[in-house]
Design a protein around this ligand. Structure first.
Ligand code: FAS
Ligand code: PHB
Length: 392
């Protein structure tokens, strides 16, 4: 089959690949998206739930803000708890800004609908993607689909293919600088058609371990409990999950907990990871392809979106002949914000999770950090400005 010619080849049809494609298309830049999974598989993933307002604004700029405006829930604050010490973080009062509760699944669905309406080429269930000629005026992306070997010829390639994708591995190992921290626990998440236990999120540290009470809408709750890395979903029947959650939430919230059957249950490992640089010739890395944060700071999806913010305008300028200054500085600009979110996510994780090997001193340091937040508006403002999202 003859090669497909396009301007920007995007590897990965998750939120970052779709949003980048949508923004490029609206500026007249042609794209093709290659996605390993079926659309149904991508849309079945339950992941992030919180959007920074900068993410909300970029999604609106991309023309996919309508359903979010109708169904999203603006949140002006959240709660942090340490046993029965409960601290309300008033984002609106502390920073003048808020966040939006709107699930990644919905963001992805809105972007697929918009891309379909735009007639963008999205090829699903591709395999054996290989990226070459990154140092040439035109790069090539070869792949298999439905038993046929095919090829894209393009100006630029963007790796939006997540942590396990092919793009990062295309950058020579001797060029990549990778920094990682793995945590000795994971998050077991459960989705239930039950009303949320609280109208805002509760991040709860307890002697039994961490728990998070979140939501998707007034009838759909999303809960997480910290579990050992050795645990499997099968080890956690619903009743065990609900008991663990109730033990870890503040008593007055636990007393209000309404349980029900889990309609989705999954365990995510926690890691901090960054691979530098984010560019290798005509290849750019975006989102989880380049970095991973523990979900404690609600930064994963939002960092992917901020990478798209920096890269989309740079690629439009480069493709349309207005110079390469933007793409030349993309890696440094995006990494400056990535590292700050990396630090915040690490700080939230180490403050709120009970580590098996922690000694009495480490446990008291965690409690002191939360006690300081309870007493200091300055400390709460510092945490709030990171949680609602630092400026792009
Ligand atoms: P994604 O991983 O979403 O998308 C990458 C896409 O590329 C996938 O569709 C994949 O199928 C495709 N792909 C991979 N390899 C390919 C190849 N070789 N060829 C073609 N396509 C390929 N973040 C939060 O903020 N809060 C959370 O609670 C949270 N929970 C999470 C739970 C789990 C289990 C995981 C894995 C992540 C979670 N995250 C969370 C982070 C998550 O939301 C990511 O930050 C977000 O999906 C990043 O989006 P992308 O960079 O588009 O990567
Ligand atoms: C979620 O609702 O899935 C969620 C919310 C906040 C987080 C992590 C996950 O920090």
């Amino acid at each position: 089959m003859p090669p497909i010619r396009t301007q920007v080849a995007i590897i990965g049809g998750g939120p970052s690949g779709l949003l980048l494609s949508q923004l490029l298309n609206r500026a007249g830049v042609e794209t093709v998206i290659l996605e390993r999974a079926s659309r149904a598989h991508v849309l079945a993933r339950v992941r992030a739930g919180i959007l920074e307002w900068g993410s909300v604004e970029l999604l609106r700029q991309a023309g996919v803000g309508d359903r979010m405006a109708a169904q999203g829930i603006p949140h002006e604050g959240c709660y942090l708890a340490d046993e029965d010490l409960v601290i309300r973080m008033d984002f609106q009062a502390l920073t003048g800004r808020r966040v939006m509760v709107y699930g990644q699944t919905e963001v992805t669905a809105d972007l697929y609908a918009a891309q379909d309406a735009a007639g963008t080429t999205i090829l699903h269930q591709v395999s054996d993607v290989a990226i070459t000629d990154l140092d040439q005026p035109r790069s090539r992306v070869s792949f298999s689909q439905a038993g046929a070997r095919r090829e894209l010829i393009c100006h630029y390639v963007v790796g939006c293919d997540g942590f396990h994708g092919v793009s990062r591995q295309t950058i020579p190992a001797e060029i990549r600088r990778e920094v990682a921290r793995t945590y000795p626990f994971g998050w077991l998440g459960l989705l239930s058609e039950t009303p949320p236990v609280q109208e805002e999120l509760i991040y709860s540290s307890s002697r039994h371990g961490f728990a998070l009470a979140s939501m998707r809408n007034p009838a759909l709750s999303r809960y997480y409990v910290q579990v050992p890395l050795t645990d499997r979903v099968e080890d956690w029947p619903d009743h065990r999950f609900w008991d663990a959650l109730a033990r870890r939430l503040p008593a007055e919230a636990a007393a209000r907990l309404i349980t029900g059957p889990g309609i989705e249950k999954s365990i995510a490992p926690l890691r901090s990871f960054v691979s530098e640089p984010l560019r290798w010739g005509n290849l750019f890395l975006v989102g989880d392809a380049a970095h991973i944060v523990p979900p404690t700071g609600a930064k994963g999806l939002n960092l992917a979106i901020s990478d798209v913010f920096y890269l989309h305008s740079a690629l439009i300028d480069a493709v349309q002949g207005r110079g390469t200054a933007g793409i030349d500085e993309y890696s440094d600009r995006a990494l400056a914000r990535i590292w700050k979110a990396m630090r915040f996510s690490w700080q939230m994780t180490t403050m709120l999770h009970r580590f098996d090997d922690e000694d009495a001193f480490a446990a008291r340091m965690r409690r002191a950090a939360l006690a300081h937040l309870a007493q200091s508006e300055t400390a709460r403002r510092e945490l709030a400005e990171n949680y609602i999202g630092l400026p792009f």
